[in-house]
Write a protein that binds this ligand. Structure first.
Ligand code: GAR
Length: 190
């Protein structure tokens, strides 16, 4: 059986695009069965529609715990084997992790445990590191603290801006994320 993957996005969704394309290849070990977001205007939702994949939106609420429960319920409806946070810029809470802990992965644009949080690329540049990169990890209750599954390094160039460095990291990140999802799909034996 093919591993059912739900992807969560908040923005452009180029990582999602790589997963949609890889999962649609003949003989793929996984399939993106749904795309979710907290933002109705996330371009990733349009990518899902173009690919014929269903999507859902769970708008952020002042009551964060209630939002977390609603997000968990919406994801559960898709019967996922694996959930991928691909540029999903919200932290999930206890209800979501109780249901999906151990099968919820995230992709980060820096070499964790360095530069966690919302501005991994900017923070790495500000620190003056010569090498940064990307990390795929299992999400836990912390901020980018979960078990590291894979990492790839990317050189920081002398004239890099946040945008140029992030773009080069994302080239590597897309490939690595697809690789990790394929590996987890194989391991899950579904
Ligand atoms: C990716 O670089 C991802 O690592 C980052 O957002 C980008 C999404 O790109 N996520 C975070 O920074 C989470 N802390 P995309 O919208 O083009 O797929």
């Amino acid at each position: 059986m093919v591993c059912r993957v739900v992807v969560l996005v908040s923005g452009t969704g180029t990582l999602l695009q790589s997963l949609l394309e890889s999962g649609a290849e003949p003989g793929a070990g996984f399939q993106v069965v749904a795309v979710g977001s907290e933002r109705a205007d996330a371009f990733g939702l349009e990518r899902a529609e173009r690919a014929g994949v269903p999507s859902f939106v769970v708008p952020m609420l002042a009551d964060r715990a209630e939002w977390d429960r609603r997000l968990a319920a919406a994801v559960a409806q898709c019967r996922p084997d694996l959930i991928v946070s691909a540029g999903f810029m919200k932290l999930v809470g206890p209800a979501f992790l109780a249901r999906f802990g151990g099968r919820f992965i995230n992709s980060h644009p820096a070499l964790l445990p360095s530069f966690p949080g919302m501005h991994g690329v900017r923070d790495a540049l500000a620190a003056g590191v010569k090498v940064s990169g990307t990390t795929i990890f299992m999400v836990d209750e912390g901020v980018d603290t979960g078990h590291i599954l894979a990492q790839r390094a990317v050189d920081v160039l002398p004239d890099d801006t946040e945008a140029t460095l992030h773009e080069r990291i994302k080239v590597v990140e897309r490939e690595l994320l697809v690789q990790v999802v394929n590996e987890l799909a194989k391991e899950s034996n579904v």
